[in-house]
Design a protein around this ligand. Structure first.
Ligand code: ATP
Length: 270
């Protein structure tokens, strides 16, 4: 039996006072690691916050893991199966990493007897095992971020939402994190908002590109890369190719008259 996609969004509009952050967005995401790309202010964080059920849509329908988030009962069930790393997250500075991650496990209603092992596994997966009993206030910025990723995966979520997870990580940690992302994507639907095209090139199976609250491109990472064509430069790398694809997709989206014609943005690329 094929269940519904982990994320099924239709006509999603999010307004912040007079700003339209998301404009009647339709988006469907299945298994894999989805890179959420777009220029500053495109609406990525607004989308992730709605998917994380911490912000309500102004209008539209949001179904997550087969549940309708407008329903209190479905929302509660979905939250247990969600993992979320916000762009900025709060924590008690005097908590240890173990206590911080265990606290989130408790919020997710993980059975108490499973919490200690789940916490240790999550902390180990982000490479923080040697600091598990350190207080949060003694960690570096990158380590706090890794603790944040640990809390997001402690319940082994079916839908994992990461807003700028690699911000503040050093290069070695970013490489390790991308490996972890690929691993997580085999078990769950992972959505990663990032500005780093190299994260996408290295770890994402698919890309959703948002501009001005609309979907400018959705497809496999290879499809985005192909849009950029060949550069002919001898030092061309995968990252450069994805960057060219990103730019080509944005330009095609801007050139197309999708708002008035109602054509699907991806069609405009063909
Ligand atoms: N709390 C808020 N109040 C008013 N406007 C907001 C608020 N949050 C976001 N916006 C506006 O909504 C739009 C989308 O913002 P959002 O943070 O979702 O974009 P983003 O793609 O995540 O941007 P960035 O890449 O810079 O993080 C922007 O125009 C932003 O200024």
């Amino acid at each position: 039996m094929n269940p519904s996609p982990a994320v099924a969004v239709t006509g999603l509009t999010v307004r912040h006072r007079r700003t339209v952050a998301l404009d009647r967005l339709d988006l469907s995401l299945g298994p894999g690691v989805h890179g959420l790309l777009g220029p500053n202010g495109a609406g990525k964080t607004s989308l992730i916050r709605v998917l994380a059920t911490v912000a309500a849509p102004s209008s539209g329908r949001v179904e997550l893991l087969g549940g309708d988030v407008a329903s209190h009962r479905d929302r509660t069930g979905v939250r247990r199966r969600l993992g979320y790393l916000p762009q900025d997250f709060g924590y008690y500075p005097s908590f240890t990493v173990r206590e911080f991650v265990a606290y989130v496990a408790w919020l997710k209603e993980l059975p108490a007897d499973r919490v200690p092992a789940a916490v240790e596994r999550a902390v180990e997966r982000v490479g923080l095992a040697d600091r598990i009993d350190a207080r949060m206030k003694t960690l570096s910025g990158g380590m706090v971020r890794r603790a944040g990723i640990a809390q997001a995966i402690v319940n082994e979520p079916d839908l994992l939402l990461l807003d700028e997870p690699t911000a503040g990580l050093d290069p070695e940690q970013r490489v390790d994190f991308r490996e972890l992302l690929r691993e997580l994507g085999r078990e769950a639907t992972v959505v990663v908002s990032t500005h780093l095209v190299e994260d996408v090139a290295a770890a994402c199976t698919d890309v959703a590109l948002i501009e001005a609250g609309r979907l400018a491109f959705q497809g496999a990472t290879d499809e985005l890369t192909a849009l950029g064509g060949e550069s002919g430069a001898p030092d061309d790398s995968t990252t450069h190719a994805v960057e060219r694809g990103y730019t080509a997709a944005l330009r095609a989206h801007r050139a197309s008259d999708v708002r008035t014609s109602g054509a699907h943005p991806k069609e405009a690329l063909r």
